[in-house]
Design a protein around this ligand. Structure first.
Ligand code: G1P
Length: 292
């Protein structure tokens, strides 16, 4: 069977980033660099690797720098060319004209509401969602998280979310799945609950920031009331789709760093620096020295 291809990705990036103040007073959290690329670029590169063409940013006030980052910086390129500098460092941030789209989320009503703000651009197609705080890093020689999900989607269709296991004491910070049958990296999703108290969590498998959803979710979100934390939750809307369409979870074969927390951000920076051929050895020596 062949399913409609995943061509569009939504990136909810309207958040205020208060956990990273004062760094995020002027600079959007998504533009903070992990080594030498802004956090958002890792997610966009992961989307491109998965064959996704259109990047839809759901932004808010003060976040337009994110869209600028994917524009062609004419003056910069001109000056670099005149000085004989290598332009390849900029290539990955460029976009094909027309494939970067921004919509606004005027009021911060929750993740479900942010996704719903992109409904006119998503239209009647299945689409991907990336929460850029979750930095998903492929194994050496392996593929990224979304590519693994698209491959699974091509087999089973419907809706997919990425999951990973966390210690039970952490489940109340996340969306949690009620797992059904497991087949390799695929787990059937029987239920979903957002930020349950530990005692009520159906498992320790949490939703980890990557989704492939059918456009019907937009209709569900339209009427979705407030859930956990008084916010319109994407998890609650997805839960209503279970049973009406196939719903699976994919366990990512790779590493995930939670850049929504400061410690996670430092961990991601260190892990990526250590894995880089141009600086890994030097960083390792420095880290070992600091730990003495
Ligand atoms: C959001 C989702 C949650 C998911 C988490 C992953 O929560 O609502 O289901 O597990 O992202 O990072 P937030 O971190 O926005 O509270």
């Amino acid at each position: 069977m062949s399913f409609k291809p995943i061509r569009k990705a939504v990136f909810p990036v309207a958040g205020l980033g208060t956990r990273f103040l004062p760094a995020t007073k002027v600079v959007p959290k998504e533009l903070l660099p992990v080594v030498d690329r802004p956090l958002i670029q890792y997610a966009v590169d992961e989307a491109r690797e998965a064959g996704i063409e259109q990047m839809i940013f759901v932004t808010g006030r003060g976040k337009t720098g994110i869209v600028e980052h994917f524009d062609i910086a004419f003056e910069l390129e001109q000056t670099m060319t005149e000085r004989g500098k290598d332009l390849s460092v900029l290539d990955c941030a460029r976009a094909t004209p027309g494939d970067v789209i921004a919509v606004r989320q005027q009021v911060p009503l929750g993740l479900g509401h942010a996704i719903w703000c992109a409904r006119a651009i998503v239209g009647d197609e299945p689409f991907a969602i990336f929460l850029p705080d979750e930095l998903m890093v492929a194994r050496a020689g392996g593929t990224g998280c979304m590519k693994q999900m698209v491959e699974a989607y091509n087999e089973v269709g419907g809706n997919l979310i990425s999951v990973l296991e966390v210690p039970m004491e952490q489940v109340s910070s996340y969306g949690v799945i009620d797992p059904g049958e497991v087949r390799g990296a695929l787990t059937e999703v029987r239920g979903l609950v957002e930020k349950p108290p530990r005692a009520e969590a159906p498992s320790n498998k949490i939703v980890s920031g990557r989704y492939i959803l059918q456009p019907e979710v937009m209709r569900v979100l339209e009427n979705q009331g407030k859930g956990a934390g008084g916010e319109i939750q994407l998890t609650d809307a997805m839960a209503k789709m279970i049973g009406t369409q196939p719903f699976h979870a994919v366990t990512f074969d790779g590493n995930r760093y939670d850049c929504g927390s400061k410690v996670g951000f430092v961990e991601a920076t260190l892990a990526i620096a250590l894995a880089r051929p141009d600086m890994g050895a030097e960083v390792r020596a420095i880290a070992l020295d600091l730990l003495k």
